[in-house]
Design a protein around this ligand. Sequence first.
Ligand SMILES: *Cc1c(COP(=O)(O)O)cnc(C)c1O
Length: 415
Amino acid sequence: MAFTDKTRQLFAEEIAAIKEKGLFKEKRFICSPQGAAIRVEYPEGAAQEDVLNFCANNYLGLSSHPDVIAAAHEGLDSRGYGMSSVRFICGTQDIHRELQDKVSAFLGMEDTLLFPSCMDANGGVFEAILEPEDVIIADRLIHASLVDGIRLCAAEYDTFKHMNMKHLEKKLELHQDKRTRLIVTDGVFSMDGDLCPLDEMCALAEKYDAMVLVDESHASGFIGKTGRGTHEHFDVIDKVDLITTTFGKGLGGASGGCVSGKRELIELCRQKARPYLFSNSMAPPIVAASIKVIDLISASTERRDKLEANTKRFREGMEAAGLNIRPGETPIVPVMLYNAKLANDMSRDMYAEGIYVIGFFFPVVPAGQARIRVQLSAAHEDEHIDKCVAAFKKVGEKYGILGLDKKGIIDKYGM
Ligand SMILES: *Cc1c(COP(=O)(O)O)cnc(C)c1O
């Protein structure tokens, strides 16, 4: 036995130290379908309670939508449970093709390739299309899965300061000698909820002959007038070359991802992307349900419109109540607290008020940037939102942070 009592003690002490600092992440179990109202066991072993969920990526409220569930059942009956194969061997059904075509039409792209997840799409796309004589120029706060994909590819890797178009321009000038330049960004950044200025970015891409790849995982289905994404919001649908996105957030919430974009680039992914070649296909029930999701949101903007109204109601309510939220227009609303223990303590008190939210602190966000990240959903009703705001007001009052700005909160609690 190599795991001796002494070894165990060593690791137990580290866990005890995390608890001591008030930074311990407790287990919470959801005992119902995902939705605005959920049934939760927390702490572990406690009686189940009904609470309101304000931290899911269930932006359009489709995770448990009856039409989506029915489509998944139908897919299960007509195409089976699983493919037992990667895409290129015998893992591609007619419904995989149908979903790809529908996603291309929805996003305004030439072609689309499905992957087991967006993490896999990001893991495969760069190596498939780029060579050592190319350069990737990425925003410094891109999602971890993009960073991992970039690491797997031989192209040179450079970065620009978060959403700083002047800095991007400098880097584009610097790399004019490369075979191709690929700018990489998130459309909506998941921790801060800010929107990448894609119009300016695409103008620079044109001026300096670069391609643009946008990860739209936190945008597809609800950003833009008809929910196509950040490229629609900034009116640059035909100027973006590649989009990666997930079916695991707004678009149904199960799993799966894709790369969508210029025909030749998608073809190279089909030939070379390793997760396409070496990881299993999206399961038929999920593909069938994802087709239903694209049909629903193509037919009506009702859900994204409701999400937009909910976001506005929540942001205005929180500002009026005196909480320090990051300004913006997306349904990701960080309640800034800076201090990790404060974020953890407040999220526990919010649960006691019937609101499920989670404190985010290092390493999930940079040190000193602790927060409670609230996410709105089209499944929320006005009374849910008002209850959440009232709970934040009550808990914020308890901690004496109402009306305080960044400096005020840090003076009181430290970073
Ligand atoms: C969630 C997320 C992913 C990963 O998506 P999965 O389909 O869950 O692998 C990729 N990129 C961004 C920006 C994300 O937020």
